[in-house]
Design a protein around this ligand. Structure first.
Ligand code: GAP
Length: 461
């Protein structure tokens, strides 16, 4: 990573902690790799992301919602192919003992390791380039053998005897959707084409969790599986690709930092796969995967469960197993992208500042209300009344009376609050307040009765 990019990421990490967006998991115990905790503003930002995603799905009349359990019968993961085929190649540095992804080391020297390679094939490829490969932690060039490691995390939930079968924590939310396909269909409200969408926690034994929220061991997915007739899969795939890109632009993300990238090497279930990529501070990488999964998953679950998952084509009277177009977005990667995209350092009124230029629909705090002075009871009382009213309509608003006005503006800029409302002595005379715009710094006097209308909280960028 270039120095300036590294700097930007570390500035984001430090702002995220300082202002209560994200903390290292188990921080007071020295941390627990691959986990993060979300603070007061982080929780609200996550909720805003989920709301925006759910809205984008519920705009369609034929998308059903689901909340399936994290734990499932172990057979689910055998049927899905994850038990045998959901692996990452591990290699250990002989010098510093860091555990590293062999495919990432190869990628650093522009050699592509196909996801479908066997352990032997990977070792052959690794050996061929061994003299050029360097440990990404200590820079030394001595490694052991490449070993395929399962990404599935296991648990003893429900087992009380060491001989009991262990269970898997879900490695993607999609499988919960496939195993409930028939249940949702049987409600009688949906017929092909239709989608099932869900948001939920996912667990993966990532070998090297890294780059802040980008690669975690416990993370959250927002997935939608769209069930179509096989002959309609291609068209549906193109429709969803287009729609998902438009969704990110609608979140206010800079278009020049978004792109599509088609997978050269397909994972075991996919017929076609494109990623929407974002240019993070550490470079272009995946944000969301859009996959044409064919009928692989429903057929596998049909085979393993013995339950018929075919549907009737009412025109031809034939039964068929639907194809699946999947859109799979990461909540944590969206969070990281939003922070990176919104982060700016600029100068306002001759003073340097850090500002998060969130679009108001995503900003965790939409408006902050201040009394000009905290030791003037008449100002505080008036400001409290105005704040109470705003809070009824805009729950994501904040009271702030610490430090002087300049400090409050800097603090609100740092968390991306689009508007600050100040109650001053003029307010007591004419019932007007100043509204200050985060992006321009311009201040306008607005009548208290017209305040809500004056805060244009639709998309700003
Ligand atoms: N159901 C398909 C699936 O799970 P994936 O490409 O493995 O596909 C989909 O994951 C999305 O989940 C990714 O685009 C990314 O946003 C997110 N994701 C995957 N692994 C992640 C990790 N270790 N940490 C954070 N987000 C992750």
């Amino acid at each position: 990573m270039e120095k300036s990019s590294e700097d930007k990421l570390s500035k984001i990490v430090s702002l995220a902690k300082r202002r209560g967006f994200v903390y290292q998991g188990s921080e007071i115990y020295g941390g627990f790799a691959g986990t993060y905790d979300f603070g007061p503003l982080g929780v609200v930002l996550r909720r805003n992301i989920v709301d925006a995603w759910l809205r984008s799905m519920q705009m369609h009349e034929n998308i059903a919602l689901l909340d399936s359990s994290i734990f499932t019968a172990p057979r689910v993961w055998e049927a899905s192919g994850h038990v045998s085929g959901f692996n990452d190649p591990l290699v250990v540095c002989d010098s510093c003992h860091s555990k590293l992804r062999a495919d990432h080391l190869l990628k650093d020297i522009e050699v592509n390791a196909d996801e479908r390679m066997t352990e032997d094939e990977l070792n052959e490829l690794f050996d061929k380039h061994r003299d050029k490969l360097k440990c990404s932690v200590c820079g030394k060039k001595k490694f052991g053998k490449v070993v395929q490691k399962s990404l599935l995390a296991t648990s003893t939930l429900g087992s009380f005897d060491e001989n009991d079968e262990h269970v898997y924590l879900r490695g993607e939310t999609a499988q919960g959707i496939f195993i409930n396909f028939k249940n949702v269909l049987d409600t009688g409200f949906y017929s092909v084409p239709f989608g099932i969408a869900q948001v939920g926690k996912v667990f993966r034994n990532e070998i090297s969790p890294r780059q802040f929220l980008f690669r975690k061991r416990e993370f959250e997915q927002m997935e939608m599986q769209y069930f179509v007739r096989p002959q309609d899969a291609k068209e549906a795939y193109e429709m969803w690709k287009k729609e998902r890109m438009e969704y990110y632009i609608g979140l206010g993300i800079s278009q020049k930092k978004l792109r599509f990238n088609q997978h050269e090497n397909l994972v075991f279930y996919a017929k076609d796969a494109w990623d929407i990529e974002y240019e993070y501070p550490f470079g272009w990488d995946e944000l969301e995967g859009i996959h044409n999964r064919g009928d692989y998953d429903l057929r596998q679950h049909q085979k393993f469960s013995g339950v018929d998952l075919s549907v009737l084509d009412e025109k031809t009277n034939d039964r068929y197993v639907p194809n699946v177009v999947e859109t799979s977005a990461g909540l944590d990667r969206t969070f990281l992208m939003l922070l990176a995209d919104a982060y700016e350092e600029d100068e306002m009124n001759g003073e340097k500042r850090v500002v998060l230029r969130f679009s108001p629909n995503i900003a965790p705090i939409k408006v902050a209300v201040f009394p000009l002075l905290r030791n003037k009871p008449e100002l505080v009382e008036k400001a409290r009344g105005i704040y109470k009213n705003i809070k009824k309509d805009i729950p994501d608003s904040m009271w702030d009376d610490h430090g002087n006005i300049g400090k409050r503006y800097r603090r609100q800029d740092e968390i991306g609050t689009p508007y600050c409302v100040t109650v001053d002595f003029e307010t007591l005379e004419d019932n007007t307040v100043t509204v200050r715009d985060r992006d321009t710094g311009k201040q306008e006097r607005v009548a208290v009765d017209e305040l809500l209308g004056a805060l244009s909280l639709e998309k700003k960028r």
